[in-house]
Write a protein that binds this ligand. Structure first.
Ligand code: PMP
Length: 432
């Protein structure tokens, strides 16, 4: 099929899906950090299919694990134990950043893993209310859309009434109009205020992304999660870290984003990079929490042997290739290049993030901070025309999201930064 046939059929036979760029860009092949379009043109992939392809496309060890398992045993359901499910569970429970021992539950997506985490917290605490954050994103089921706090992603008009939202630790656009650090991280106290004024005072859980992905890689101040964890625990609720984007070494030096903040979560939610593109979701909880789970539940495909084998190969590769270190080192280099672009281009309001999870927020005016979504789209388009794929996010669609594979080199980061430099130059012109 050629490009126009693929695009025409996509438009005719699929629904509800948005695509990037003025004209949708189909891909036919991926290899490591490269993606190939139908004409064979290659693109450096610095978005990884929404922060998912952490090892690069079609990573040979992951492909081999999938092939081997697909020939050995593909499906029996969780009614029957298999080698791949117990092997992966053992590995994830050992990596769990909260208090051990831990136990895992596998599903097919981030959304389902979020559902499982909230259900687990509700069953354990025998409470219903959950505090989430404004600007957060947690999925596309009714419950996870209720947790999500971007109007555009909250479809259907019916929401779980037991969810409350505290203000986001979004320093660049502080909801309290304060400045860090003089603010004393006042936004964290909003969690207490929300619990005391809008709930029964008995929350089941607080849930947040350590770095808020769809929100535009909003990176909370270092004290924030610790202050919130103390508040939530004082009210005997659980702390759930949504690591769907920030997990698996993405933030550099640690397996999970929450570890950067020194907080021990009761439950973590993982998906995306855990499968490097293969569909898998995982909820890992402190054993005491997990063991409260009573009642009938099943995920027919959850923990299926092929997904488990893929994920185990991913975790092994991150470990053996020392990618946590690489994400920190190359991430630091990328960040210094992005910071320099921030100084050079007036359209850049803020550069933020950790490791290989870097966001660049674009504004029309640095003083007023008016968001620049058109400039953001123009930068993405210009970057794509020069062979670089980056993503975007943010409530206003004005944050470039940069999340390359964890095994890129400093030279790859330089190549991307050079392209972004040219693309931002065009955006500066657009603004003038
Ligand atoms: N949580 C976060 C932080 C996410 O970014 C996403 C997906 N963008 C989800 C949950 C939902 O994951 P999925 O799309 O796999 O259902």
């Amino acid at each position: 099929m050629n490009r126009s046939e693929i695009v025409a059929k996509y438009r005719q036979y699929l629904y509800g899906l948005g695509t990037y760029y003025k004209e949708p860009l189909p891909f036919v092949r991926g290899e490591g950090k490269w993606l190939f379009d139908p004409e064979g043109r290659k693109y450096l992939d610095f978005f990884g299919g929404i922060v998912t392809v952490g090892l690069g496309h079609c990573e040979p060890r992951v492909v081999a694990a999938i092939e081997k398992q697909a020939r050995t045993l593909q499906h029996v359901s969780t009614l029957f134990p298999t080698v791949p499910i117990v092997e992966l569970a053992e590995r994830l429970c050992a990596l769990f950043p909260g208090e051990k021992p831990a136990k895992a539950f596998f599903t097919n997506s981030g959304t389902e893993a979020i559902e499982t985490a909230i259900l687990t917290a509700r069953i354990h605490t025998q409470r219903a209310e959950v505090i989430a954050l404004r600007h957060g994103y947690h999925g596309r089921s009714m419950l996870s859309m209720s947790l999500t706090a971007h109007a555009g992603w909250r479809l259907g008009g019916v929401h779980d009434p037991s969810i409350r939202h505290a203000v986001a630790p979004y320093c660049y656009r502080c909801p309290l109009k304060l400045t860090y650090p003089e603010c004393g991280v006042a936004c964290a106290q909003d969690v207490e205020e929300v619990i005391r004024t809008t709930t029964s005072g008995r929350p089941a859980a607080f849930i947040a992304e350590p770095i808020m992905g769809v929100g535009g890689f909003i990176t909370p101040p270092k004290e924030y999660p610790g202050i919130v964890a103390e508040i939530v625990r004082r009210h005997e609720g659980l702390y759930i870290a949504d690591e769907v984007q920030s997990g698996w070494g993405r933030t550099g030096g640690k397996w999970f984003g929450i570890e950067q903040y020194g907080v021990k979560p009761d439950v973590i939610v993982a998906a995306k990079s855990l499968g490097n593109g293969h569909p898998v979701g995982a909820t890992v909880a402190r054993a005491a929490v997990a063991d409260s789970f009573k009642g009938l539940t099943i995920a027919t495909f959850g923990g299926n042997p092929v997904a488990m084998a893929a994920a185990k190969a991913v975790v092994d590769a991150i470990d053996s290739d020392r990618l946590l270190d690489n994400a920190a080192t190359v991430g630091g280099h990328l960040r210094s290049r992005l910071d320099a672009l921030g100084k050079k281009h007036a359209v850049v309001g803020e550069v933020r993030g950790m490791g290989l999870m870097q966001g660049v927020e674009l504004v029309k005016d640095r003083k007023t901070k008016e968001p620049a979504p058109q400039a953001t789209a123009a930068v993405m388009e210009a970057a794509k025309d020069r062979g670089l794929i980056v993503g975007k996010g943010g409530l206003y669609g004005n944050v470039l999201r940069i999340s390359p594979p964890l095994n890129i080199t400093a030279a790859d980061a330089d190549q991307a930064a050079d392209v972004l430099d040219q693309a931002l130059t065009e955006a500066d012109k657009l603004k003038a």
